[in-house]
Write a protein that binds this ligand. Sequence first.
Ligand code: SF4
Ligand code: SF4
Length: 273
Amino acid sequence: MSNDDAQDMKEKILREYPRLGVNDKFKFACHSKLACFTHCCADVNIALTPYDVLRLRKRIGMGSEDFIEKYTVLPPMAPGQKLPMVYLRMSEADKRCQFVGEKGCSVYEDRPWACRMYPIGHASGRTEANPQGEDFYFILRDRRCDGLDEERELTIREWMESQATGDYDAANDEYKELSLHPFLTRGYALEPQHRQMFFMACYNLDRFREFIFESTFLQKFIIEPETIEAIRHDDEALLRFAYRWLRFALFHERTITINPDYENAKKKVLRAQ
Ligand code: SF4
Ligand code: SF4
């Protein structure tokens, strides 16, 4: 799916799909006896959040740059698109997900949020025209899914609990505050270098760590010692710090403190030149 298609799909969902809440019920059961078993893991567009990439990458023990190269696709930005969208890359040979096998998902405990939720989708109602729009759930009926013909009835909340979405929901809520920041929903656009910064900090955590520890970053900004220790080795702490950094760097929020000593020293050098 190109980003243009993704934008069209989003508009269609906002316009046409019945909106569900967590207590709404639907009928569904997924199991290996269904004829469609694993069919939903092929030729499909699965958007990856930064936390999805972090979990998958750690699961298979790969550096962030190599993971992005082998397992993700980053389509060109569509007109009006605010931020880069990252998708799970399907196999070139058979268009199947590179993690699917005979018995199902080989990274099941660390599968992306969208895979956990399927056939339930989630959308934000926040748009330029309606910045206060509420989030909602909907049923994806875009492909054959025999599980939707099964008799088991459950609420969306029960489905999410059964799929252990908790850690993902918490991480994605932080991401949503950034990706649906009022600066963006009010219609402003980021400069290309800021979009690159966003992508690097969110998805290429190894590179972001280098940026912090192998540049003048820690001289320019006052960062708490316990945060520095945490982000040195812990990717989840680093991702949370990335969101904090991006709020400062992109939206000028006071989430990071500039070191006045560094600024003064820099001014002195400039005056002396
Ligand atoms: S990550 Fe797992 S659940 Fe998701 S598409 Fe791939 S094989 Fe299927
Ligand atoms: S298509 Fe639906 S029922 Fe079939 S394996 Fe995928 S989620 Fe389960």
